[in-house]
Design a protein around this ligand. Sequence first.
Ligand code: AMP
Length: 215
Amino acid sequence: MDVILLGPPGVGKGTQGVLLADAMSWQRVVTGDLLRAAKDAGTPLGQQAQQYMSIGELVPDQLIIEMVKEKLAALPAGTGVLFDGFPRTEAQASAFSMMLKAMGRKIDYVIVLEASDEVLTERISGRRSCPSCGSVYNTVLAPPQREGVCDKDGTPLFHRADDTVATVQNRLNVYSTETEPLIAYYEGSRATVHHIKGDQGVDEVQGEVCQALGV
Ligand code: AMP
């Protein structure tokens, strides 16, 4: 099964993606994580992406599409894939449809997670992430057991450079102009689209996601 997690920054795509992928043994394709890894490794893609990421703008479609194509080609056949943070524009979505078709895959479900800008801004400012397993914490709402360290693997957590008040506002604007129209795009496709309130507790959201996917 191939699934897209769609929603604004801070809505809980990462949290739900890790839970679901662990429970179902699915692979996650998280373009933000792939770009941060490329930046840390100092690759040409990472260097190019950095200038857009630091101000909350989207990295050019062509770079993203190539990156996802490479990642998908490297995945073992037959595994379910969760896409988080991709696609983010209509150009990415239509290139993605063609790419999947050529690989004999298709998107089965799109899970749209929703929350108000106030909730998102509050969540993002306290967000801390594990660079190793992708687990997401919040210093106020969902702190790790030991401060600054991932509960699952003990890796020191990091605060993303683009999780600042100034950048977050731009990322929310970019989401509503570039990415939100994809909801209508997928509602007009063969995928089944479910809307879920992301401003509930992690367990409630997870329950609704699993119910929507029938898993
Ligand atoms: P995220 O971790 O999903 O919030 O992404 C962090 C940043 O990476 C975004 O603000 C963009 O600059 C860039 N990015 C991630 N995914 C994409 C994508 N699919 N298209 C364009 N830029 C992306």
